[in-house]
Design a protein around this ligand. Structure first.
Ligand code: AMP
Ligand code: GLY
Length: 419
């Protein structure tokens, strides 16, 4: 029986640990540091170690004799934790820091896509106000203004006037280079694949809800809910993304000597001219992971282990054909300034069949669970239709309470709208 380590403490990592623990090959999942959800998961054990402390992670991985380390969030990737683990001989699922620049730097990602002909929005990169202003004189509107570097949606302005674009340009230049990008019209979806030294194994499609409020209003968040499958990524469109984005990316990474063994997440805009990449992430999405792994029937452990060693991957994965949907319950004040520390009431002792509550920002306190982060829980359910998955998820979500709890009431609306 194998021991596997999962780095991270969010809802995505709870789902990864929960799924890995179901493998017959896995005896124990060490969650570094995990959360109160993973704490109570069968076969899981939380370890109070920082996932960003390479030396500590390497020491614990060796001390515990783990067979595989799976990296959940981007921060340990950008910090080079996989590099340190690989140097010490431990199989890792998650790319090295050099490749994680695809997520860490928008300019790096855009230049990479340009070099390799990956479909994406046309853009220019600017380091001075004068040059940026000149470009803006002749450009079409709306125009997208982006700050380079990790800004989790906060460094993006879709400007409908030149004045608005100039204001954002001037503001973002204070942080570094700014990209001015063609506005793409279409529907956004998440296409994630396992990449292992040139091999591509796509996951099912999914869709996130980035805005805080119903009908996609309000500020951008990390994601207020997600579901899979996403009807916009039907078989034909998924095949296009695999062929036009993922396979060329896998080949390009090899060509540039960037050994990539991990998840590659393409945020794609499905336009009338086909799929175009908005961004890459070098990890699974949160909350897309929760519905994705809830639908996954294949054993995840052997697939990630093979990918970590660049061994042959299966041709495809087995998915529950039903819809899985995750509703995020957030703390009041999220995303600007989440107020935390409120006792969470109404958590069921046992979840109904076909539903699962993944913990994200929670903490154990005085024998109960309190809120401890912006996104607190991800209530996930499976249903024969989007409507029935919604019914189960919302019935459960409504029972869970704390003052000022925020949730969207329309997760899955695009898919439902298609009947
Ligand atoms: P990003 O951080 O690059 O993913 O951008 C955040 C959000 O802004 C995306 O999820 C899109 O909704 C929107 N966005 C970014 N770039 C574009 C673009 N070129 N055209 C239209 N919308 C965009
Ligand atoms: N849900 C979007 C992300 O994980 O980046």
């Amino acid at each position: 029986m194998q021991k596997v380590m999962v780095l991270g403490s969010g809802g995505r990592e709870h789902a990864i640990a929960w799924k890995l623990a179901q493998s017959n090959e896995v005896g124990e999942v060490l969650c570094v540091p995990g959360n109160p959800g993973t704490e109570h998961e069968p076969k899981c054990r939380n370890l109070r170690v920082s996932p960003l402390d390479s030396a500590a992670v390497v020491a614990v991985a060796h001390g515990e004799g783990v067979s595989l380390v799976v990296i959940g969030p981007e921060a340990p990737l950008v910090a080079g934790v996989p590099d340190a683990l690989r140097r010490s001989g431990i199989p890792v699922f998650g790319p090295n820091a050099a490749a994680a620049r695809l997520e860490g730097s928008k300019a790096f990602a855009k230049e990479f896509m340009e070099r390799h002909g990956i479909p994406t929005a046309a853009y220019g990169r600017f380091t001075s106000l004068a040059a940026g202003r000149e470009f803006l004189q002749g450009c079409a509107l709306p125009i997208v203004v982006k700050a380079d570097g990790l800004a989790s949606g906060k460094g993006v302005v879709i400007a409908s006037t030149r004045a608005e674009a100039e204001e954002a340009l001037a503001r973002f230049l204070a942080w570094g280079p700014v990209l001015l990008e063609e506005f793409l019209e279409g529907e956004e979806a998440s296409f994630i694949a396992i990449i292992s030294d040139g091999q591509v194994l796509p996951l099912a499609g999914s869709q996130d809800h980035k805005r805080l409020l119903d009908a996609d209003q309000g500020p951008n968040t990390g994601g207020m809910g997600a579901y899979s499958p996403a009807p916009i990524l039907d078989a034909a469109m998924s095949e296009r993304v695999r062929r036009e984005v993922m396979q060329p990316m896998a080949r390009a990474l090899q060509k540039e000597s960037l050994s990539y063994r991990g998840f590659l997440y393409a945020g794609v805009m499905v336009t009338s001219a086909g799929p175009k990449v908005l961004e890459f992430n070098c990890r699974l999405g949160d909350p897309e992971t929760q519905p994705l792994l809830f639908r996954l029937r294949s054993d995840l452990y052997p697939v990630l282990y093979a990918a970590a060693l660049a061994e042959p991957l299966p041709a495809s994965l087995d998915w529950d054909p039903r819809t899985a949907l995750c509703v995020v319950l957030a703390a009041p004040g999220y995303p600007e300034a989440a107020q935390i520390g409120a006792p969470i009431l109404g958590l069921p002792k046992q979840e109904p069949a076909d539903a699962k509550i993944f913990h994200a920002g929670t903490r154990a306190q005085d024998g109960g669970i309190v809120t401890a982060g912006g996104r607190v829980l991800g209530v996930t359910a499976l249903g024969d239709s989007v409507a029935s998955a919604q019914q189960v998820a919302y019935a459960l979500a409504d029972k869970i309470r704390w003052p000022g709890k925020q949730l969207r009431s329309d997760i899955g609306w695009r898919a439902r709208g298609r009947g």
